[in-house]
Design a protein around this ligand. Sequence first.
Ligand SMILES: C[S@@+](CC[C@H](N)C(=O)[O-])C[C@H]1O[C@@H](n2cnc3c(N)ncnc32)[C@H](O)[C@@H]1O
Length: 310
Amino acid sequence: MATKQVSHSRPARRPTSRTLLEILRHCTRRLAAARLHYGHGTDNAGDDAAALVFHVLGLEGELTERDLARRPAQQDQLAIDALVTRRIKERVPAVYLTHRIWFCGLPMYVDERALIPRSPIAELIEARFQPWVDPAKVRRILDVGTGSGCIAIACALAFPKAKVDAVDISPDALDVARINRKAYGLTRRLRLVESDYFSALQGPPYDIIVSNPPYVGTSEFKGLPAEYAHEPEGALRAGRDGMDAVKVLLREALRFLTPQGILVVEVGNTETTVRRQFRNWPFIWLEFERGGGGVFLLSAADLQKMAKDL
Ligand SMILES: C[S@@+](CC[C@H](N)C(=O)[O-])C[C@H]1O[C@@H](n2cnc3c(N)ncnc32)[C@H](O)[C@@H]1O
């Protein structure tokens, strides 16, 4: 007599077949319940959910009602669930799961070798640094601590006649910047240089030196949410009070600026320390329509005047 084969192993759990709208709502609920930290390109659970879902399904732009009513394949639903689980359990910022973020309206590739682009300096680049420079006269730009290359690439596109140099001490970050430079076809006009601040640079001065350097002090670093642990430590930490990089920029930028040049530096929450330690300096603290702050501007003339204080 033939015996009937009975399997005692449980079948793998599969999500029930959901519509895209149900998937988006379900992911948003899971993320919201996990009380995550946002601030790496998205600022709420719904946007994070959309980023992960769009990534897996290869979606772009606005969704129609018809899109929302469709039922993605089970394997895609499983892939979405897996990404949401990683976002929650490992606290990986969504951008490091999708590898894509927009900066100045430009898609950029990023992975854990480079900081996730989010600098408010984007707004200034979109305004072509006006009214602080005459864009028609800008020939050379330097980005110090370029990371993914986002600032340098956006500058190169905003100033099509300018040459851009971008330095970083991290070969890993420069590898990411190379990926983005290639995607934008800027290999000839954007030079990527491994350099400890200005050390590997010589040659003609720059009309604009822009930098989003590390500026997190020891105690602020210890209090950062778990998401930040996925970013390179060297992109965030700048000594005990967060001032190590800022001091180098204030001390050395003048030598690399044209007489009409400007220095623009993001210092985030370290603004208070900068104001306290450099009390008499004529910093212009910039304001941004889309939020964010802690960015100062100094002209070469002002740096020249203050050089005696250093
Ligand atoms: C806050 S991240 C900014 C990255 C990018 N500019 C952005 O806005 O997304 C700072 C960058 O400075 C780089 N950096 C740190 N120390 C440096 C140094 N001594 N010389 C040059 N770059 C440095 C880090 O590797 C990191 O890529």
